[in-house]
Design a protein around this ligand. Structure first.
Ligand code: FSO
Ligand code: SF4
Length: 543
């Protein structure tokens, strides 16, 4: 195996014996095989679309297939094998769609197709087959390989968000068309470095649309988030913990647990759920338990009830809580019970059979500062900036992770001067969101914008402020200090680059899949820089 798609890549180079995430070589090969098959599917889906033929099942399967290969999602070989076989069915469906559209348009049969993904079919030994399709086989040129990888990981991250959209009933033909075109392009030998750079920027643009659609889906269903205190302690009663990003799944579980004496707690990226009127109305949405994803093995033994993951980031469940963990959607771990569909009875029954929490209230933290809430007080914010009460804004956001260097983000937030406001989003916030930052004239100094996909909301805030100050986003008193971990962070970064946002500080380390020349390109064009020390970076930003 060789994988370096996330920040945990072994030795900063790549996992080649076993994934630091827990991915076994067998699973890595199956994911490589699936990705290769999806490229074949994209090849035909793209051609069919160009002739006006499309199929929603094919479109959605491509999202699910890509999402299954994102870090910390699907670790189950049996499930991956079934997905690979379905990929072949879907690829053949897309091929038939194209052949049919072609003969209707031209009166003749479609010509022969190229070797490579278009000709892919699952072999008897899917693991052995997948071993040929690793990253190293992508391209012999290091820079082109790097650019193909950036595009591929961007597509994987965007697939996760687009999958949430389709679960909410949101589809967009332009988005599907881009997935097909871009994934097919990753295997097109005729393309060169700048083609992939262009497609990566386009991926950032399309992802802005996807995150916007997801925001719209959430707001239509649950209302705009409003500032809401979230209890970090526990309430007497049986308990279920929900981890992941899928708000619709949480809503369904809240409905099914109503009146059963079960309290539902959020974990990790589910924390922003508390700010949505349509979710906070459930009295048994009791609070948030624990910190970011990488602390699960340490924290879950202390959670007495059932635990369910609806998206990344799952880690190997320790024996002490293995029998009360469930997965849903695309998440899977061998030996962990998977809930297919929307009936959560097994999770509810499990929770009822387990010990309860005691009443132990703790402190509260504030969430719910999406663009609607922040821009609702835009006048106050603008006055505070003009009058000098607020000197600078920092967006300290992104993913958390296990590396020791991530203390940088805690220290950075602590050292931000008292006349500056911090916006945050995604699970990296757990490095500092339980600290007390106070407020500036009624404006909290720490504003939790939401999940990683709510980068959309942060962008809306920045664009509105730029409009109010009659300047560009790069001229605002705003600095982005970001942490990355997996492929959703990659696509958000592409969105920021597409918007022309410069001077981003990125850590805790730079991606192993960015070649030195591609990195130079990013530095020269966007002045992107690795984090150094909180003191030095703050000094460089504030002068
Ligand atoms: Fe974190 Fe995991 Fe949301 Fe990621 S929980 S690391 S970028 O999946 O998606 O922020
Ligand atoms: Fe390693 Fe990350 Fe790949 Fe897992 S996803 S194998 S930790 S690089």
């Amino acid at each position: 195996m060789f994988c370096h798609q996330c920040e945990q890549a072994a030795k900063g180079i790549g996992c080649d014996v076993m994934g630091v995430c827990g991915k076994k070589p067998e699973v890595a090969a199956l994911q490589d095989n699936l990705l290769y098959g999806l490229k074949g599917l994209a090849f035909f889906a793209d051609k069919a679309r160009n002739l006006g033929a499309r199929d929603r099942a094919v479109d959605v399967f491509l999202l699910e297939g890509l999402f299954a290969t994102v870090t910390n999602v699907d670790f189950d070989p049996a499930r991956l094998e079934a997905t690979i076989r379905k990929c072949f069915e879907m690829k053949e469906k897309a091929k038939a769609l194209y052949e049919d559209a072609f003969s209707k348009a031209n009166g003749i049969k479609a010509r022969q197709f190229p070797e490579g993904p278009a000709a892919w079919a699952p072999a008897a030994d899917l693991v052995k087959q997948g071993e040929q399709y690793g990253i190293r086989a992508l391209h012999e040129n290091e820079d082109i390989r790097s650019a193909i990888e950036i595009l591929t990981y961007g597509l994987k991250g965007m697939a996760a968000y687009a999958d949430h959209c389709q679960i909410l009933g949101k589809h967009d033909e332009e988005v599907y068309a881009f997935f097909h075109k871009a994934l097919a392009a990753t295997a097109d030998p005729a393309l060169g470095l700048m083609d992939y750079v262009g497609l990566s920027m386009e991926c950032g643009k399309v992802n802005l649309k996807v995150m916007g659609m997801l925001n719209e889906g959430h707001v239509e269903r649950f209302g705009h988030p409003v500032p809401t205190p979230v209890q970090l302690g526990t309430r007497a009663g049986k308990a279920i913990l929900v981890s992941g990003h899928d708000l619709l799944m949480l809503e369904e579980l809240l409905k099914q647990t109503e009146g059963k004496g079960i309290n539902v707690y959020t974990h990790g990226e589910m924390l922003p759920a508390h700010g949505y009127p349509g979710l906070k109305k459930y009295a048994h949405l009791a609070g948030n338990f624990g910190g970011a994803w990488q602390d699960q093995a340490k924290e879950f033994p202390g959670f007495p009830g059932a635990i369910i993951f609806n998206t990344n980031c799952i880690q190997r469940p320790a024996d002490s809580y293995l029998d009360r963990v469930f997965t849903w959607g695309l998440v899977a771990w061998p030996g962990v019970k998977h809930i297919d569909g929307w009936d959560f009875t097994p999770v509810i029954e499990k929770a009822l059979s387990l010990p309860a929490f005691e009443d132990k209230p703790d402190k509260e933290i504030l969430v719910g500062f999406g663009h609607n809430a922040v821009l609702g007080v835009a006048d106050t914010v603008i006055e505070a900036v003009k009058g000098g009460a607020v000197r600078h804004f920092f967006l300290i956001g992104g993913c958390d992770g296990a590396k020791p260097g991530r203390n940088y983000y805690t220290e950075f937030a602590e050292k931000v001067p008292k006349d500056c406001v911090i916006l945050t989003l995604a699970c990296g916030k757990y490095r500092f969101n339980k600290l007390d930052f106070g407020d500036i004239g009624g404006i909290p100094r720490l504003l939790d914008v939401g999940q990683c996909n709510d980068a959309y909301s942060a962008i809306q805030i920045a664009v509105a402020l730029a409009g109010a100050f009659n300047c560009g986003v790069n001229d605002l008193p705003l600095s982005l200090v970001l942490s990355w971990y997996e492929q959703k962070a990659v696509v958000i970064l592409l969105t920021l680059l597409h918007l022309g946002i410069k001077n981003i500080k990125l850590g805790p380390s730079l991606p192993a899949f960015v070649s030195p020349n591609v990195l130079n390109f990013l530095v020269e064009n966007f002045n992107i820089a690795p984090i150094s020390t909180p003191e030095a970076d703050l000094k460089a930003i504030l002068g």
